[in-house]
Design a protein around this ligand. Structure first.
Ligand code: SAH
Ligand code: SF4
Ligand code: F3S
Length: 489
């Protein structure tokens, strides 16, 4: 009896010690691809913290390296293998100094290629897909015992349940603007796209889960939340009233949370833009006047071949309704040039659509054949040089529209949420309501606050401003600021 008690006490003490003082280790994470990966990387760090891991920016200092990868285009996937080559050298150097380094590949390349990755890059100890992050401690244990771990199960519900528990831990200081994933996966199967294969079927988190996480974030200092989903406006979640809500209703609920001053959401599909969501743009002061609504092509023939399930006219009508609700909105888009079968005329239709809509910004890509997608084996693949020429032409048009949109802000006073220090001493960088970075001379104490800023100069991406309260921005020729792309490949 006494023995038994002793053992229990000893175990309890051991467990307490382990909790209070796990071995100190460092994790280096590199994130590729979309914002959902950024959110996931942050959650992985949350899961690793109680295991004794703190974050390092120095690869050579890392006991654990995680590449959170993207499979959307060929270039994005290939980057991972060249990075693994670099990591191999660092791992070898550490081994000479008697130090270990565990290497994990997470994200969409992991999901798509599985054990093929450790075959191509034997230094990889763990390959795990986007739905396995809550099991990281277990996977690390297995890998530490010398096993090559490959984990590519789909169980999104379990992931969110566990990650929510993590989010409910004592509040940590958070940056002023943060992401919150509300929906994952995609059932749309556009014929060019790997996402339905790498992220699985569409799953929406419940209202209760999302509100709890948003409240935690607000309590930790977050002023702006961007709701994330591969099809975020297709979100339809179980609500406390027993009904199923759409995104417009969810945004209304979130706008009631104290301290949460700004809401955004991305990425939306034209088919899922319903009246309730459009009305939210008219009614909610917290909902920022920016909408990323990819159309991909302006040709009905190509839209059909892409399986986008809408026409260019339907898209135009949608834009009209959105602008009626929110006249000042900055429209953003994604375009693919050189989808199989795209003729000069089809491309001209895309250019015409862009001229008619007038975007505030847009991302554009050359079509990339992705293994396993219907587009990869379609006839009439477009030659690389044609894709290149079309992309350059399209990007020049978008750049001129972006400049025009930004120029139209000159002299305006708008709210800016200051997020961090800028490049120049005494400078902070915030975001405008339309999502442009705004460098302003301002004291550091203003980070995390929203201030009235007058736009005094226009850069290619940024709006340069000065505090209306009397601060003067010394903009000089510092057009160097901040380029922020949603995708890095
Ligand atoms: N769910 C979002 C898009 C996610 S992928 C939507 O439906 O709009 C982000 C962007 O990558 C897409 O909008 C598309 O423009 C681009 N993209 C996806 N697959 C691609 C491919 N095979 N080649 C080139 N661009 C691609
Ligand atoms: Fe990909 Fe289309 Fe789904 Fe967007 S809607 S994630 S482009 S399949
Ligand atoms: Fe890339 Fe996966 Fe996001 S393929 S764009 S990281 S969903």
């Amino acid at each position: 009896m006494t023995d038994r008690l002793d053992i229990e006490v000893a175990d309890a003490a051991g467990a307490a010690n382990a909790k209070a003082d796990p071995p100190k280790r460092k994790v280096f994470t590199r994130t590729y691809g979309c914002q959902m990966n950024v959110y996931d990387s942050e959650r992985m760090n949350d899961v690793l913290a109680p295991q004794g891991y703190s974050v390092t920016e120095d690869l050579a200092d890392a006991d654990l390296v995680i590449l959170n990868t993207c499979h959307i285009r060929e270039k994005a996937a290939e980057k991972v293998y060249s990075e693994l080559g670099r990591i191999r050298k660092v791992k070898e150097e550490r081994a000479l100094a008697g130090k270990d380094m565990m290497v994990g590949v997470a994200g969409c390349v992991a999901q798509a290629e599985g054990e093929e990755i450790s075959r191509r890059a034997p230094i990889v100890d763990m390959v795990f897909g986007p739905q396995s992050y809550h099991r990281l401690p277990k996977l690390l244990e297995e890998a530490a015992s010398g096993k090559k771990v490959v984990e590519t199960e789909f169980d999104i519900d379990a992931k969110f349940e566990h990650l929510s528990e993590r989010a409910a831990r004592p509040v940590q200081k958070r940056p002023p603007a943060a992401f919150l994933t509300v929906q994952e996966g995609c059932d749309k199967f556009c014929t060019f796209c790997v996402v339905p294969y790498t992220r699985g079927a569409e799953v929406s988190r419940s209202v209760a889960q999302i509100v709890a996480e948003a409240e935690q974030m607000a309590a930790g200092g977050v002023r702006e939340i961007t709701l994330l989903g591969q099809n975020v406006n297709g979100w339809h979640g179980e609500a406390p009233d027993g009904k199923t809500w759409g995104l417009g209703r969810l945004l209304r609920r979130l706008s009631e949370i104290d301290g949460l001053d700004r809401l955004r959401y991305t990425t939306s599909h034209p088919r899922d833009m319903d009246d309730e969501l459009i009305d939210a743009h008219r009614d909610l002061k917290t909902l920022m006047p920016y909408l990323h609504l990819p159309v991909q092509s302006g040709s009905d023939k190509i839209l059909a071949a892409m399986n986008r399930k809408h026409t260019r006219d339907e898209y135009f009508r949608l834009i009209d309704r959105i602008r009626e609700a929110s006249p000042d909105i900055a429209m953003s888009c994604d375009f693919i040039v050189g989808f199989p079968g795209e003729t000069d005329q089809d491309f001209e239709d895309t250019m015409d659509l862009i001229r008619r809509v007038e975007y505030g910004s847009a991302f554009s890509f050359k079509y990339s054949q992705r293994p396993g997608t219907p587009g990869a084996t379609m006839a009439d693949q477009v030659p690389e040089e044609v894709k290149g020429a079309r992309l350059a032409e399209l990007q020049a048009l978008v750049a001129s529209q972006q400049t025009a949109f930004n120029a139209s802000r000159l002299g305006m006073t708008c709210d800016v949420l200051f997020e961090r220090k800028g490049r120049n001493p005494g400078q902070l960088v915030g975001k405008s309501p339309w999502l442009q970075p705004v460098p302003v001379d301002a004291p550091e104490a203003l980070i995390g606050t929203i201030q009235a800023v007058e736009i005094v100069e226009i850069g290619s991406n940024s709006l340069f401003g000065r505090l209306v309260a009397g601060h003067h921005a010394s903009n000089g020729s510092s057009h160097d600021a901040i380029k922020e792309a949603a995708f890095d490949a």
